[in-house]
Design a protein around this ligand. Sequence first.
Ligand SMILES: Cc1cc2nc3c(=O)[nH]c(=O)nc-3n(C[C@H](O)[C@H](O)[C@H](O)COP(=O)(O)O)c2cc1C
Length: 325
Amino acid sequence: MTNHTLQSSLGHYSFTSPFLNASGIHCQTQAELDDLAHCQALAGIVTKSATLSPRAGNEQPRYVDLANGSINAMGLPNLGYSFYLDYVQTDHGKPTILSVSGLSQAEMLTVLREIQHSGYQGLTELNLSCPNLAGHPQLAYDFAASKTLLTEVFRFFKKPLGVKLPPYFDLNHFGQIANLLNCFPIHHVNTINSVGNGLVVDIDTETVVTKAKGGFGGLGGAMVLPTALANVRALRQRLRPDIAIIGTGGVRSGADVFAHILCGADMVSVGTQVMKEGLGVYDRLAAELTAIMADKQYTQLADFRGQLKTLSASQRSSSRWTSQS
Ligand SMILES: Cc1cc2nc3c(=O)[nH]c(=O)nc-3n(C[C@H](O)[C@H](O)[C@H](O)COP(=O)(O)O)c2cc1C
C-alpha cells in the first residue's frame, strides 16, 4: 500500500500513529520511559500512574503471565508525581500523557494542583480505576463520588484532562458514567483499566498466583478484549463527540487494533502484550494494521473509525480477521 497513513489525534494533539503504551507497562523508571521515547512505532508516551509520594507497591509476585492474558496486583508502585512531572516537561520528541492517581480524593487534588501550577502543557490523565489497592474501592464505580471529585477538579484544573475508566458491564452504567462525564470539560476517556478482582487458581499447588489481596487481581490481555471493545463502543455512542477515546485492553494483533478503532477509539494502547513480547510489538501491530487497511482499501483511520455495523435479522458475521475466537 503506498499512500496510506496511520496519523492519529486526540483532541488537538497529533500523533504519528494510534499506538500508545498502556499506563503501568514499561513506563515506571527513567530507563523504561527513555525506551518508549526511542521506540519509533510508539506515537506517544503514557507514564505510570503517579501518586503524591513514591510507592513501593504490593509484595511479589504481583504480575503473572497467563495463556490468555495476565493478572496483576501491583499496588501502584511509582516514583512519585514530581519525577514524572519533571520527565514530561523535557522534550522527548513525542506527546506525553501524564497519568496520575491517589489513595484519596485529597491526594488526587493535590497532585492535580501541582500540575496546574507547573509549566507542563501536555495531556494529563486521572486514573479513577486502580483495582489493586487493598481497602480502596475503584472511584469510578461510585458515580456520586466521581461527580464530587470532578466538580472539585475542574474548579481549578484548566489544562487538558482525561480520565482512565474501569470496565462497566451494564448498559445502564454506560449511560450513567457518560452522562456524568458529559457535564465536564473532559479531554479524553481511556477505557478500560484492568478487569478488577479476578482470581487465578494453580491447581497443582492449590494456591492463588499473586500475593496481595489474597490473590485477587486485575485481568488484562486477550481475555478482556470483548469487554474493552464493548466499553469503547458503548462510550463512543454516549459521550459528547469532542471527548476523544483511547481504546485499551486485549490488543494482541493488528486485527484487535482495527476492532478498537472500528468501535470508535481515536488511539489504542497496549499493556499485557508488551509484557509478553516487548516493545517490538508496535512494529508488528503497525504492519498488521496496515495490511488489513490495504486489503480493505482504506487509506486512513478515519475511513473506518466508529463504523462498526450491527447485524440485520438475516445477516451473520464471517470472521476472517478477528482474533477473538
Ligand atoms: C502490570 C500492570 C500495571 C498497570 N498499572 C496501571 C497504572 O499504573 N495505571 C493505569 O491507568 N493502568 C494500569 N494498568 C492497566 C493497563 O494500563 C491496561 O488498562 C490494562 O492492562 C488492559 O490492557 P491490556 O489488556 O493491554 O493489558 C496496569 C496493568 C498492568 C498489567
